[in-house]
Design a protein around this ligand. Sequence first.
Ligand code: NAG
Ligand code: NAG
Ligand code: NAG
Ligand code: NAG
Ligand code: NAG
Length: 803
Amino acid sequence: MAFALPNPLPSSLLLLLLMMACSTSAQTYRNHSLGSSLTAQDDDSSWASPNGHFSFGFRRIENGGYLLAIWFSQIPKLTIVWSANGDDLAPRGSKVELTTDGQFELKDPEGKKIWGADVALSGVAYAAMLDSGNLVLATQNSEYLWESFKFPTDTILPTNTIDLGGKLVARYSETNYSNGRFQFSLQSDGSFVLQTIDFPLDSANSVYWSSETGQSGFQVVFNQSGSIYVAAKDGSILKTISPITKSTQDFYQRAILEYDGVFRHYAYPKRLNISSMSNPPDWTPSSNFIPINICRAITQDTGGGACGFNSYCKLGDDQRPRCICPEGYASIDPDDERKGCKANFIQQSCNESLPGKDHFYIQPMLNINWPRSDYEHFQGQTEDWCGNACLGDCFCALAIYGSNGVCWKKKFPLSNGRLDPREGAKALIKIRKDDSTFKPSGADSKKKDRSTLILVGSVLLGSSVFFNLLFLLAAFLAVFRFDYFKPKVVQRYPVMPGMNLRSFTYEELKKATNGFKEELGHGAFAIVYKGAVESDRGKPVAVKKLNNIVTQGDLEFKAEVSAIGRTNHKNLVQLLGFSNEGQHRLIVYEFMSRGSLANFLFGGSRPNWYQRIQIALGTARGLLYLHEECSTQIIHCDIKPQNILLDDSLTPRISDFGLAKLLKTDQTRTMTGIRGTKGYVAPEWFRNMPVTVKVDVYSFGILLLEIICCRKSFEADAQNEDQMILADWVYDCYKERKLDLSLGNDEEAMSDMKRVERYVMIAIWCIQEDPSLRPTMKKVIQMMEGTVEVPVPPNPSSFNRSI
Ligand SMILES: *[C@@H]1O[C@H](CO)[C@@H](O)[C@H](O)[C@H]1NC(C)=O
Ligand SMILES: *[C@@H]1O[C@H](CO)[C@@H](O)[C@H](O)[C@H]1NC(C)=O
Ligand SMILES: *[C@@H]1O[C@H](CO)[C@@H](O)[C@H](O)[C@H]1NC(C)=O
Ligand SMILES: *[C@@H]1O[C@H](CO)[C@@H](O)[C@H](O)[C@H]1NC(C)=O
Ligand SMILES: *[C@@H]1O[C@H](CO)[C@@H](O)[C@H](O)[C@H]1NC(C)=O
């Protein structure tokens, strides 16, 4: 069979293809004599191995061009095992040819050489794709003058060996086959090593794994039975890298140095009836991969480490490394996490006349370290001293505090970052307190993207003037429409002057939600649907359909929506638009990909303690903004984990604020109907007392306890009655100085007991029965950040708190 299955195909089509393949198989099996060639075009032509397991030919890579490659023919997911021109993709119409004088060359349509096989001697008579996956150029006597096995890219296959001086170079990313940042080589001293590369050059930097086989190492062997080892000259095994786990008879196998720097051995069942599967399996990695923990393995003097600069590396549950930005930082390129992170705030200035220290706070994160970025070192100090030393030093990016009183100051760019419990150190990260003055100007970069789009488009459409004009017109229209939604273009919003809110028609939203099909959640007042706004490049949105609006006039609705629309804070869900037609009242928000905090905290495995801290802090900042920093004070009235949503980077975003008025409940005076949710509702709702921002502080206190303990505020089936109401139980634990009992074996939290206690005390202050005793959100944040001491809280008294 002479083709690859790009995707699971309908079985009838598959059958047809199979028949076609069989009828042409007589040709594909043969030796390819001098003069044979393949052309890069849409219908993949390729040379198949006699057993049909491998193909050689061109593969189109996304929009980038064609890759001359060898791949597994029978596996739905494109699995390339060798490639010629990852750094220099070939345009359509390029040709690879075995010339009459025995050269094997890839040339573009103009005849410019892109790649050529380095054939040692003359006398090539034919080329053949062998059953093993080896492409060979051979003489009349079947001596191989060139083999793809001798020039591997990032993968080796069973029966492929690597000799002294041989190497594999990782690709740049999963789907970008150009040279990446890591290499595997068998050094002339006999050790097989993994090394980082001085990207974008190809010179080796530091070794992060070595077989330590010394002088006797001779070959890396992937033998016929599927075992990978370093062998001596006499063939004896010096070091096993990956033993036989699955038989090569029943499983396709490959070993690859992947773009993340890890060398893994994969298997895939051979005799699968893929046509009968709607969801065919993926390759299964063996548990023998090297290095075991790449986050810790790479520690180099220059270069970023396993991840990019200013980020840190964390081994996921699947044992694969992830590159994460610390709090206050964001990815330079969200599509390429190894490019590193940048601070989301203006860094401290060394200009003495500008206010410095007071504008920053310290965010501690446990077990994170950047071991090679220090410039000062102190001993016998407290954590507070260490944090303050960094705050007061404009060169200091962050400090690392070790439990033995050691304090290292670190400078930019931070490198070799890793999160690992064995670090035993605490990173004290310096972050600007109020970064609202600084908004990365996305507008400019978007504009640039668009003009490139036009340019690329015109070039692609090539020589036809007519088409170019057509394209430019279309592009102009597209740009015009995109601009329509941009905040800056004020005069285009007659409905809501001064805001980037859009008024939708009911029909538009019906279409955007596919007829209100996918429900994201619902409450007493509204149902939320997932949708996509076609006119905004299919941007995903959440559409909230309010169903309990009591006779609200047009004007009132608009006034309320515009109050919500005027808010702008990174910890709030952004309102995008609304619809107000007949009795339909709908509100359109940006879509939050990671769902609600309720799911995050209570669904499945316990999330990381530091992520939880960040979420608590972000939520507090969002609330502070609603209470004190936006133009009209907004009392949320329904703070609970279901109303805190999480975006891609797990930043908490408060949703549903500002709805209290829309729902015809008067916020500031006595209530007839209680808005809010059992368990989170402040006692004054039940009494004849005014409702103030302190109701939100109360709910936040309950939420904070839930975040700390990763447990719901009320659990009917708790182990015993004392534990049913979280607030009561935690207060008891706090009083008896046994807070660890309430943490449910959360080791990360338990190793940060000082903070746990501080946060619990803050929460207890927030849930005081007397609203005037509760702190403001500003005070809450200062206490959480550690800039203000937390006094010992009184008993909140359990009046009516919970259910
Ligand atoms: C390929 O050519 C070689 C040398 O001429 C010959 O020995 C071999 O049998 C040929 N293989 C096939 C499949 O035709
Ligand atoms: C692959 O990555 C390299 C390095 O960043 C880049 O220069 C190249 O354009 C990428 N290739 C494709 C096809 O995206
Ligand atoms: C491959 O190596 C393993 C040892 O790791 C050995 O048991 C097996 O017999 C070898 N297979 C072949 C075909 O040499
Ligand atoms: C593969 O599955 C299809 C659909 O279930 C079935 O019709 C076909 O006979 C199977 N082929 C083989 C070789 O088992
Ligand atoms: C320091 O900041 C002040 C106030 O912004 C400014 O006037 C001054 O020029 C700055 N000095 C330097 C050396 O940049």
